[in-house]
Design a protein around this ligand. Structure first.
Ligand SMILES: Cc1cc2nc3c(=O)[nH]c(=O)nc-3n(C[C@H](O)[C@H](O)[C@H](O)COP(=O)(O)OP(=O)(O)OC[C@H]3O[C@@H](n4cnc5c(N)ncnc54)[C@H](O)[C@@H]3O)c2cc1C
Length: 305
């Protein structure tokens, strides 16, 4: 097991043996996350080939090098000191999705809004709700991203994954693979690609549904301000945003982090917010809602410390 702090050396040595896996150092997470918070990642891998990445992960795990995965960074709150592990980014795995009838194979790093535009053109229905979810395919599979009645997992037939031991494995999208904003069946694997099954429909009808979701999002969510989407999961039968609003917390601010006036389940970075500001605001909201309603909100945003 690598001692804390010494893993960077160990990781560098492993990555050197895989010249096709690009690695960069001291990458500011401020510019890699939608919320715009977080210090530099000591080491970031930008693989464009699954086999090479599998080899690196096998060695990382054997050597005790800690690592986690980055998609588009739209659901992440990163510590001011930066992540204390190697970051594996999926952006290099972003080739054009393969569409064959009602089946689509999309790589992890492909942007979900772009995928939705491809599906409109192909006349494939099922992911219209995801038009405004600014994540990657890998991140949306991992988070089982969803909105209203739709969720990503419903369209997933199978997932090409890399286990933490570096085995490339296909996981079926079966009952239990996905849960609300989570993917217990993936057990921490890297999502390399997803095979989706959609429903053929008239492209104009698919586009109309996309526009419906778009208009609803524009009318109800903050636009043009840095945020990470919903901060809390919705409790069973409730809306976290409604509870937070009912507790009078819209506009509550700590430092440059503020509860959105437009949608109470969003925290906005007004500019230069620190991790501690956002984390303290999350705690303050949670405590106020618990005290007033007895409901303990659970964060949806993933925190990297
Ligand atoms: C304006 C806005 C609106 C949003 N609206 C919605 C919404 O309607 N519904 C919704 O569910 N979410 C929403 N979100 C949140 C976010 O877009 C989703 O959670 C999305 O799934 C995150 O994808 P990502 O690629 O950005 O993942 P990241 O933020 O990069 O990572 C999120 C988690 O996924 C893991 N991960 C990322 N890539 C991989 C991979 N390839 N393999 C394995 N694990 C991986 C990360 O380690 C982390 O745990 C919104 C966010 C914003 C900023």
């Amino acid at each position: 097991m690598t001692a804390a702090g010494t893993w960077v050396e160990e990781a560098r040595a492993i990555v050197r043996a895989y010249p096709k896996v690009r690695a960069v150092e001291d990458v500011p997470m401020v510019s890699r996350t939608y919320l715009g918070v977080g210090g530099p990642a000591p080491l970031m891998l930008l693989p464009d080939d699954v086999e090479g990445l599998a080899g690196v992960l096998a060695h990382f795990t054997a050597a005790g090098v800690p690592f986690d995965f980055l998609g588009a960074g739209s659901n992440l709150l990163v510590a001011d000191a930066g992540p204390s592990f190697a970051v594996v980014a999926s952006e290099g795995l972003a080739s054009e999705p393969r569409i064959d009838g009602d089946m689509v194979v999309a790589q992890a790093g492909f942007s979900v809004p772009r995928l939705v535009t491809r599906l409109v053109k192909a006349g494939l229905s099922g992911l219209e709700f995801a038009e405004g979810i600014p994540g990657s395919v890998g991140g949306c599979v991992r988070m089982n991203a969803g909105w209203h009645e739709g969720s990503f997992g419903n369209a997933v037939v199978s997932i090409t994954t890399i286990t933490r031991q570096g085995e490339v494995e296909e996981v079926r999208g079966a009952p239990g693979t996905f849960a609300y904003r989570s993917s217990p069946g993936l057990a921490g694997r890297f999502v390399a690609a997803a095979t989706l099954r959609l429903t053929p429909d008239d492209p104009r009808r698919v586009e109309e549904k996309v526009r419906f979701y778009h208009d609803h999002r524009v009318a109800t969510q903050p636009a043009g301000e840095r945020n990470a989407g919903c901060i809390f999961k919705n409790p069973e039968g409730e809306h976290a945003g409604r509870l937070i609003d009912a507790c009078g917390l819209k506009g509550l601010a700590i430092g440059a982090a503020v509860v959105s006036d437009r949608h109470a389940n969003f925290i906005i970075n007004r500019g230069g917010a620190a991790f501690r500001d956002v984390a303290a605001l999350i705690d303050a909201v949670r405590e106020a809602v618990l005290a007033k309603t007895g409901i303990a909100l659970e964060p949806e945003v993933v925190q990297w410390t």
